[in-house]
Ligand binder design. Sequence first.
Ligand SMILES: [Zn+2]
Length: 182
Amino acid sequence: MRCLVVLLSTLWVITDACPRIISKAEWGALPGRCHASFIPQRNYVIIHHTVTPPCYTQAACCTQLKNMQRFQMKKWCDLGYSFMIGEDGNVYEAQGWHRHGIHAPKYNRNSLGLAFIGNFQEQVPNPAAINAAQNLIKCAIEKKVLIPFYTLKAHRNVYSTACPGNALYNIIRFWDRFKAQS
Ligand SMILES: [Zn+2]
């Protein structure tokens, strides 16, 4: 009986870190045109914002994602982030766990690019979005797609940009494993 309790609590801990991830098929993505790639594990997490209106429901986030994908595919092969985070508390698949990103030159093959949907220059993402992002990072370590001693950075730390906005930057610079300079 004790073994069963231990086993169940272990399973609960493992699955608890992973937030709900809405797949590309579920949010109605177009097929991407990127070359196939498989990256087993990354060393960095890079945080972005999308500089779009926010979304607070799954339906609104799906609409935003479809618009963003159509816009980004005018220039690139697909939405370039690994995952996108809505203020509905869901994580949305873009390039996903194993395909390389198109979000930060020099880091596209060794980072997970997480983009908060909205503009976080003046205001912070809500707790649902913050929790989803932090759980996704824990989940990535559990899945061994991110090394436990990863480095967390903002887009502005690796490229000349204001991304992910001052308000969000002032949150993530206090997160575990943040390092502005490499
Ligand atoms: Zn960015």
